[in-house]
Design a protein around this ligand. Structure first.
Ligand code: NAD
Length: 431
């Protein structure tokens, strides 16, 4: 254990990597937690190795008549706790290692939130901005058809992620239902309300970020009414996190999307920002203060930084330039493993992704339960149960971190790995 803590307190400068491998980044944290837990070698191998990795080709007739072949992935990292659960992202630069890391994070997230799910993730290598709606629908349906033997309401349940949305989930649900010849709403979550979605699902990840931010502020003696917050990314997670923190009285001094951001030390009206983006799609011409780049945004002086765009934003290159007290990770993997000791060493606390953004999968679980029961909950019930789940997991992670004298991230990994390992021991190895 001494070695791990030394690593975290960071004596030697970490080598700066040119290319981040998100799976390796996940494994660096996994390894620290596994050592603290004294995980036996066989269990370590079991939990590190994905249960299933599918690479599938998706041939599509494009609008102009050409045939184009896309590559799709689905990785089931672990299904010890139950059917696997995880989103699907569409991105031109997605790799199988990224999907493997995201799938593993889902395993740990579900364990921390006490959900009866394992972890999975899927992706299609494509650029949705260059595809028509018809082409996107064809890709989604063919991807689903190719994965019929993987997906299932009691086997593997997808959800939205980057560049996929409620409509994508509706196409998946319909394609799956056509193949099994009955309507099977519980096969995906994040669906439109009218076809079995849950109230509060769209806002759930941002709401979880807000709940974790307030819980961490309370623990650190920070007052939300006196806090400057910077949010990177203004999509589903970033915009809702900003909105809910704004409603809690925080001053949102910086926001951004893929093209850059805005800084205003007097605070940005997030209601207006949401209205602006609903109309114009980007923040480009919002003109609410000083125009800044995304790297400048990350280095703004603030109390809370919420990276809610994509992975690998806080690295060993910029970790020593951050000027916040608290980081709450809305995105998956926004901080690289080599940045972690630098950030920790500078006294900045981080609520890790596998806790902070788990509100989405928690309400996905509520949606799955409602679909299975055919009985739908009020928004108040969804939000109340989400708040209870997030707060109690936050406290469990905090206590674990204190108990092991480590970071909240390693505390979260310890909690999650311990739970999955104990379940695995009880279930035993089938042979
Ligand atoms: P999204 O596509 O709705 O929004 C992404 C936002 O980030 C957009 O505003 C985009 O312009 C911006 N962005 C993209 N690249 C950027 C860059 N290089 N620099 C700055 N901004 C950039 O996606 P989302 O659903 O909000 O997901 C964001 C992150 O949160 C991802 O890491 C995703 O895996 C994670 N996450 C999402 C959910 C969910 O329920 N949507 C749940 C858990 C985790």
């Amino acid at each position: 254990m001494t070695i791990e803590i030394e690593k975290l307190t960071y004596k030697e400068p970490a080598p700066i990597k040119d290319i981040e491998n998100p799976f390796e980044s996940m494994m660096e944290r996994f390894n620290i937690a596994a050592k603290v837990l004294n995980l036996e070698a066989g269990v370590y191998e079991y939990l590190k190795t994905p249960v299933k990795q599918v690479i599938t080709s998706i041939p599509i007739q494009m609008d102009d008549g050409r045939i184009e072949v896309f590559e799709g992935y689905r990785v089931i990292h672990n299904d010890t706790l139950g059917p696997s659960k995880g989103g699907i992202r569409y991105a031109p630069d997605v790799t199988i290692d990224e999907v493997k890391a995201l799938a593993a994070w889902m395993t740990w997230k579900c364990a921390i939130l006490n959900l009866p799910f394992g972890g999975a993730k899927g992706a299609v290598k494509c650029d949705p901005s260059k595809l028509s709606r018809v082409e996107l629908e064809k890709i989604t349906r063919r991807y689903t058809a190719n994965l019929m033997s993987v997906f299932g309401p009691d086997k593997d349940i997808p959800a939205p992620d980057m560049n996929t949305n409620e409509q994508t989930m509706a196409w998946i649900m319909d394609t799956y239902s056509m193949h099994v010849q009955r309507t099977e709403t519980a096969v995906v979550t994040g669906k439109p309300l009218i076809i079995g979605g849950s109230l509060g699902r769209k806002e759930a990840t941002g709401r979880g970020v807000m709940i974790c931010t307030l819980a961490a502020m309370e623990r650190l003696g920070m007052n939300p009414l006196n806090a400057d917050v910077v949010v990177q990314g203004f999509g589903n997670v970033g915009s809702i996190s900003a909105k809910l923190l704004y409603e809690q009285g925080c001053r949102i001094v910086g926001i951004s999307d893929v093209n850059g951001g805005w800084y205003n030390p007097n605070g940005i009206n997030i209601t207006k920002a949401l209205e602006y983006v609903a109309e114009h799609k980007t923040l480009d011409e919002f003109k609410v203060g000083e125009r800044i780049t995304n790297s400048e945004l990350l280095e703004l002086k603030c109390d809370v930084l919420v990276p809610a765009a994509k992975e690998d934003q806080i690295t060993a290159r910029n970790a020593d330039k951050l000027k916040c007290r608290l980081i709450v990770e809305g995105a998956n993997g926004p901080m690289t493993a080599d940045a972690e000791p630098i950030v920790f060493g500078r006294g900045i606390r981080t609520v890790p992704d596998i806790l902070a953004n788990a509100g989405g999968v928690t309400v996905s679980y509520f949606e799955w339960v409602q679909d299975k029961q055919g009985y739908f909950w009020s928004l108040e019930r969804v939000n109340r149960r989400l708040e209870r789940a997030m707060k109690s997991s936050f406290e469990a992670v905090w206590e674990t971190a204190i108990q092991h004298n480590t970071t909240l991230r390693i505390g979260a990994y310890i909690l999650a790995i311990d739970k999955v390992a104990k379940t695995l021991k009880l279930r035993g190895i089938y042979a």
